[in-house]
Design a protein around this ligand. Structure first.
Ligand code: C2O
Ligand code: CU
Length: 695
């Protein structure tokens, strides 16, 4: 900290308001955008001391800032006043701030403090205690002097609910439901909410008893499509082998994922789609700025394609990037059951994204499987309407974890393009022991390539990273997240190995890609002009529920004691299962007009560039992160949670954490009526959508 702001603050203190005002109320009014704040309370040695700690949002290239093991990072700002001269407390010359856990071990020295404001660099924060003591010098390694202030972060509100003290249940949970429901299994080592055992969702299950007669799904394949080509694409029923179970599924051209379409930027292609599944459907080409009539949204841009019917899509691909296609009708069922495929739009020249030795497109996904069969979807409405359907089997390109494999020679540079096709699960992907070079996202390259330790990716987002495999051996592709075990009041690590990269033993002769890997490239991003501030809009993400089981409501209320920015895993599979579209309405609201969903009636002029602020209301029965997606246009994330972005990229989906916000700059270039919605399939199905019209 430079000396000037300290002096200014000290001078302000002379005229200071009463010390009590230096708590969170004052700190959050004057500090930067904070996720939360907690008070620092005086200890006996300094009864007039007071202060606050804000957990400041951190910016980065992704929607959230997390460590490789999935801990959320925050900057720490300490605001302190009312401390006496340290010498008045004994042989002390200064004060030191310490960060520790509720167990008081380990204790980490933050640094020297006093009356004033101090900012500390980002660190992972879950359950955090801040201690401030008087010390003989600012660089003591251990706390020996008296405590003057202390406080506990909101994560410490997560306390055991005491369910372990309840008598054990006589009957184990077995669902011999005459309606055909298979209940989701609990996560290993996590306690279930008591009182939900006998409940079932209020809808009937969609069950298939002809799995044995269906043809096996085949793996994906690449299909090169040239300008002017016509491609046939058929959706049909298949048998999908998931973790040893035979699952009745859907596939494009018999493949899971569907065929990967490779097209040149600027190409125009016709796709003749044929529906051979047992439900109406359509194909949405996610993220592509194509003609509105080809957007594939039943009820908005076309009627649903009935079983046996077909529909012709005239596609154009104006922007390079990694895109994907999936149904937009009962997405909770159809996309989950296997309908998803990638589209790669390649810019000229072919190595505009930097040279690599090899490229892997990986669709990550999950599926929810009970004791020996999949948990059925709801027939009349989606189950899992609160959190979204989070599966317990993770998948890479349709292969259940940990069976995915890749073989590369030592020294190879591999480009991984990840697409998250899960209904609701965000992943935090990394390659063990490997640093990743972040190159691109939804709609092309970042302004600046940068090194990242993991890739947090929300449903429907895409991220492209390069990795270099130096040494022969095995490298695991892993998903590392932190699970909240609400009933034991703790954060638990969860590591899932999705598959393995086998490296070497033969090594690649030094290649152009190998030489280029160490260099981080950058390119300027042409910002749209002019920015129409008059057209600025705001959007609130919120929730209403009605008629949920009493036990579920009670458990959810207790859970709002502590709001985590992103829920990475379903720790309460029974509870998540029970809420259906009949009890849950997720809502998009325009705070200016107070209108909701399709009544918002948003219109824009073609060519208008608009600031859109998306705010995720944390004061709801189930606060959680939402990946917000806009069709047919592209946007930049100007700020995440109020913190300006430092590395921008064209996006079509942004993850907005619970209690957080995103400031978007949207280019409305493409005329038509377009969907704006949350990409958690169950939220889309239960109301979290609207349309915007570009004239
Ligand atoms: Cu990926 Cu509205 O869609
Ligand atoms: Cu959502």
């Amino acid at each position: 900290m430079s000396s000037l702001p300290v002096l200014a603050w000290a001078a302000a203190l002379l005229l200071a308001p009463p010390a009590a005002d230096t708590g969170c109320g004052a700190a959050t009014a004057t500090a930067g955008p904070a996720a939360s704040c907690f008070d620092l309370l005086p200890a006996a040695a300094a009864p007039n001391g007071v202060g606050a700690v804000t957990l400041d949002w951190v910016t980065g290239p992704f929607g959230v800032s997390v460590t490789r093991d999935g801990r959320h990072r925050y900057g720490l700002t300490l605001t302190i006043s009312g401390l006496p001269e340290p010498a008045s407390l004994g042989p002390y010359r200064t004060f030191v701030a310490w960060a520790t856990t509720p167990q008081l071990s380990p204790i980490h020295r933050l640094g020297e403090v006093g009356n004033g404001r101090y900012r500390f660099p980002p660190m992972p924060v879950e359950k955090l205690l801040i201690l401030i003591s008087a010390e003989a010098s600012g660089d003591v390694a251990e706390r020996t002097g008296p405590l003057v202030l202390r406080g506990a972060s909101p994560g410490t509100l997560l306390l055991p609910h005491g369910v372990d003290a309840l008598p054990p249940r006589a009957v184990a949970h077995d669902h011999d439901s005459d309606r055909g429901w298979v209940a989701p299994p609990m996560l290993d080592g996590i306690t279930m909410v008591p009182g939900l055992e006998a409940l079932e969702p209020s809808v009937t299950p969609l069950v298939h008893d002809d799995v044995g007669s269906l043809p096996s799904a085949r793996p994906s394949t690449a299909v090169h499509v040239d300008d002017g080509d016509t491609l046939r694409l058929e959706a049909s029923r298949v048998r999908w082998a998931v973790n040893g179970h035979a699952v009745a599924a859907y596939a494009y051209d018999g493949r899971i994922p569907g065929p990967r379409l490779e097209v040149a930027q600027g190409a125009r292609v016709t796709v003749r789609f044929v529906n051979r599944i047992d439900q109406p459907t359509a194909v949405h080409w996610h993220g592509i700025r194509l003609d509105n009539a080809a957007d594939g949204v039943p009820g908005v841009t076309q009627p649903a394609v009935e079983p046996g019917d077909s529909f012709d899509y005239q596609l154009r691909f104006p922007d390079d990037g990694i895109y994907w296609y999936h149904p937009h009708h009962r997405e909770d069922v159809q996309q989950d059951a296997g309908l998803a495929g990638n589209i790669v739009v390649r810019p000229p020249p072919s190595d505009a994204w930097g040279p690599v030795d090899r490229e892997e497109l990986l669709i990550v996904d999950d599926l929810l499987v009970g004791a020996d069969e999949p948990v059925p979807h709801g027939r009349e409405a989606a189950t899992h309407a609160l959190m979204g359907r989070i599966g317990n089997v993770l998948l890479v390109n349709g292969v259940s974890a940990p069976a995915w494999r890749l073989e590369v020679p030592a020294g190879a540079v591999v480009r991984f393009a990840f697409t998250n096709a899960a209904n609701a699960r965000p992943f935090n992907l990394s390659l063990d022991g490997t640093t990743l070079k972040l190159v691109a996202s939804d709609g092309g390259r970042y302004e600046r390539e940068e090194w990242v330790e993991s890739v947090p990716i929300a449903p429907s987002e895409r991220y492209v990273v390069d990795a270099r495999f130096e040494q022969p051996g095995t490298v695991a592709l892993v998903n590392r997240v932190r699970v909240i075990d609400r009933f034991r009041g703790r954060f638990v690590s969860r590591v899932d190995t999705l598959g393995l990269v086998r490296v070497g033993p033969e090594s690649l002769p030094s290649s152009r890609a190998g030489r280029a890997f160490a260099r981080l490239r950058s390119r300027p991003l042409a910002l749209p002009e002019p920015i129409d501030t008059a057209g600025a809009r705001a959007l609130t993400l919120t929730l209403r529920t009605h008629g949920l089981p009493f036990g579920v409501v009670q458990a959810l209320r207790l859970d709002t004691m502590y709001v985590h920015p992103v829920e990475w895993e379903s720790a309460m599979p029974m509870m998540d299962w029970l809420g259906t579209g009949r009890e849950v309405s997720w809502i998009l609201r325009d705070p200016a007009s107070r209108r909701e969903g399709h009544a918002m009636g948003w219109h824009f002029r073609r060519g208008e560039t608009v600031r859109l602020r998306v705010e995720n209301d944390p004061h709801v029965l189930h606060p959680m992160a939402h990946p917000v997606h806009l069709h047919g246009q592209r946007f930049l994330v100007l700020a995440q949670n109020g913190v300006p972005s430092t590395n921008r990229v064209w996006k079509d989906t942004v993850l907005v954490p619970a209690g957080g916000s995103a400031d978007l700059l949207v280019e409305f270039t493409n005329p038509g009526r377009w969907m704006l919605h949350c990409h958690i399939a169950e939220h889309l199905e239960t109301g979290m959508h609207t349309t915007v019209t570009v004239e």
